[in-house]
Each structure stands twice: as C-alpha cells, then as structure tokens.
Design a protein around this ligand. Structure first.
Ligand code: ASP
Ligand code: MG
Length: 416
C-alpha cells in the first residue's frame, strides 16, 4: 500500500489525476467463497467474511495504529455485505454476488484514500457506483455510456479542476436503480478505461507486476520478450484470446479517443513498460496466448437434419443471452462446435437451454492456444504432448484447442 501511495504521489503534481484501485490480492476470490457459503447456507459465510475484514483491519493497524477514522469507514463498507448475509439467500445468485463482492474494492480504496490523506495529498474518495451505470445483467454489466459520461463529467471533472486526486474503485458499478453490479472478473482496468474515455484523459497507465506486455506468459514459457509498443488492434486480439495483462474490454474506449495506454511495473516504476497506441507499427515477433478452462461443445441436430442458418441464429441468440464468450467455432453438415470460456455454470446452463432441440456433447478442461505471427518450429513445440481437438489458421494466426495427453512410453519388459 505504501509503495502504491508513493507511485500515486509521484504523479500527483503532473496534472489532473484519477486513480482506480482494485481489491487487495486474493480478496475477490475469498469473497466469492462468502457468496457460495451464503447461497449454500452452510454457516460459514459470516466467519469467512470476518476473516477478510480482519485482514483489512490488520493492514490498517500497520499503517495507522489503533485509533483512526478509517476503522469506522471500513465498518460501513463491510456492513454492506453483512446486511446481505443477514437475509435469506437471494434467488438470483448473480445479483447476490455483486452485492457482496463489491466490498473488496470499497475496502481497499478506503484504506488507500486514508493513506494518501495521511501523506498530505488532496485526495477525494468517490464511490464508482455513482459514476458507472450498467444494465442489470449482474456480474457482467454492460456500460450505459450516456449516463456514465454524464455522471463522470458532473462528479469527477469539478474535483479534478479543484486540484483533487480522485480515487475510486475498479470493477464495481450500479444499475439505474442503484443496485450494485460488476463488470466481470479482473474488470478494474476496464473501469479506468471508461473513466479515461469519459474524461478525455491524456493517457492511462496500468500498474502490474510484470515489466509490460510480453510475448508469452513468463510462468509458462522461456525466452519471452517484452514488447515496447503494441497497436490497439494487436492488444485487443491478444487480450480477447486470454492475454491476462489487460482486461479485453479495456482497449476500445481508449482506441475510440486515441488515448495511449501504458502498461508498467510497480516493481520498477521508472522503466518504460509497453505503450499501446495508434502509432505502433504492426511488426511483431511470435506471440503466444494461452487461455485455460476452455470447453468445447459439439452441438448436433437430434433428427439428422442439417445445421442450417436458422439453427445458427437460434444458437447465437442463446449464446448472446448468456454472455458466453465464443473463442472458436466450426461447423459440418449436422454439427456445430464452439470453444468457450468455461466459467461458473454458464456452459451447463447453455447446454440445458438448447437440449430440447439439439444433442450436446461437452469436452472440458481444455486449453486454447493462440499464436500470432507463428513459426513452424514454435507450433511443433506447443503441440508436443497434446492432442489437438480443433485447429484453425487464418493469415498470421493459428489457434488450437488442446488437451494434455500423457506421452506413451514402452514398458520395461524383463529379459526372459
Ligand atoms: N477485484 C476484481 C477481481 O479480482 C477486479 C480486478 O481485480 O480487476 O476480479
Ligand atoms: Mg485484480
């Protein structure tokens, strides 16, 4: 927290500054457990939430000592989730999820605001739910741009003009009726892009624990290199297929207003990182993006009729309703295959909803490998020890859905 405060302080005198913070590490996952326990009524929801609360108090104690106004504020933030736990579980799981999960960002930003105040910065804590308005699809709200732009200009602009550092939360938003929604996991980057767009920001910077955008995940691959410059187009392709550095929705609001996006490391704040902009030349080394938790759905007609256009349009309507992300697709005469992100119970819900008309077979636990600017040797390397279930090549991009297979080895046969 102190390190982040230092980075913020070092930018505070360089012009108007708005800061978006996410929840503390692992908090959102821990809150997801609270939601699940409350839904299951297994008696663990309160103790689990209490543990999260204690972790925040411990940090506050280390920063501010025993008595400080931050404790009352933190109590208020956690009370939002406690009220939900006092009620019966809400029949709409996703709705209940958003009402509880939001305390992660509310709490972390409250501590950060207190710390910045302590350091003498003119900080103003703003509730992101007063700025960003979405529709009422909980856990995956779609931004209502007109209202969001109005709110942001009305609330944030005057504060910036007064020289305040505006501090708000990523990921959380609100419906028109003041119900909390969220923008999808890891959505804090997107929040920053929305605000940048609405405020016509000069630039946006994402602070990460990696030096910038790399040509592959360094936890998985050797010899990855950092890209100094990336075009919006390339960034959107990479993130859509699973590059985890930035939330995929982040790019569009920035591209639409030519706002450059810097990706920098908070471990080395002076290093240049990567810049994503219009100016980047599209000339890249091979880039590998890996997306885990993929499901491949094989959908076929029950009566052997062709999968015709009207089937497709019906299927896609369902896909859109459930906000499934389709990463690859392919069709034959009587079957249609799609590769989707296997999150929550979306895949099962989708399968159930089309069951009356189609036969559905699901393969799970797959990986989607996307290679841009591929080289043959690299592809051979990536295929080793894998079964390729679906593959596609379009211009410079190869995509494959793969499954791990243990490599067969001849048994040692004892000599006779
Ligand atoms: N805290 C949220 C999450 O873990 C949002 C974010 O980190 O961007 O998904
Ligand atoms: Mg996060």
């Amino acid at each position: 927290m102190r390190h982040v405060a230092r980075i913020i302080a070092s930018h505070a005198d360089k012009g108007p500054l708005a800061v978006v913070v996410s929840a503390l590490g692992k908090t959102t996952n821990a809150l997801e457990e609270v939601v699940a326990s409350h839904a299951a009524q297994d008696g663990r929801a309160f103790p689990l939430l209490d543990r999260i609360k204690q972790q925040h108090y411990d940090i506050a104690r280390a920063l501010f000592g025993e008595s400080h106004e931050v404790y009352d504020l933190l109590n208020d933030r956690f009370a939002e989730a406690e009220w939900v736990l006092e009620d019966e579980p809400h029949p709409n799981y996703d709705y209940m999820y958003d009402q509880i999960i939001c305390v992660g960002e509310l709490a972390s930003s409250t501590i950060m605001a207190a710390l910045l105040k302590e350091e003498g910065l003119p900080v103003e804590w703003v509730d992101a739910r007063d700025l960003i308005i979405t529709d009422d699809i909980f856990r995956e709200g779609w931004v209502q741009w007109e209202e969001t732009t109005d709110n942001t200009r009305r609330v944030v602009k005057p504060l910036l003009e007064k020289g305040k550092v505006v501090l708000t939360q990523g990921f959380i938003a609100s419906t028109k009726d003041n119900e909390t929604t969220t923008l999808g996991r890891e959505g804090s980057d997107y929040t920053a892009a929305i605000l940048s767009h609405c405020l016509d920001a000069e630039s946006m910077t994402i602070w990460k624990d990696v030096p910038g955008i790399l040509t592959g995940d360094p936890r998985v691959f050797d010899n990855v290199i950092k890209l100094d410059e990336v075009s919006y187009r390339e960034a959107i392709e990479m993130t859509y297929y699973g590059a985890k550095v930035i939330h995929p929705k982040t790019i569009k609001p920035l591209q639409n207003k030519s706002i450059p996006l810097y990706v920098k490391s908070f471990l080395d704040p002076e290093a240049p990182g990567t810049v994503i902009s219009d100016d980047a030349e599209d000339n890249y080394p091979p880039i590998v993006v890996l997306e885990q938790n993929q499901a491949l759905l094989h959908i076929s007609t029950r009566d052997f009729s062709f999968v015709a256009e009207h089937h497709m349009s019906y299927l896609f309507r369902k896909i859109a309703e459930m906000r499934l992300q389709v990463n690859m697709m392919q069709n034959t005469a009587i079957s249609f295959s799609i590769c989707v992100n296997d999150i929550d119970d979306k895949v099962d819900r989708f399968a159930r909803s089309i069951e009356d008309q189609f036969k559905v077979k699901i393969d799970r636990g797959l990986e989607l490998i996307t290679v841009r600017y591929y080289q043959k040797e690299l592809l051979d390397n990536l295929r080793r020890g894998k079964v390729v279930m679906l593959e596609e090549r379009i211009r410079k991009t190869v995509q494959m859905v793969v499954k791990d297979v243990p490599i067969m080895k001849r048994k040692e046969v004892p000599a006779v």
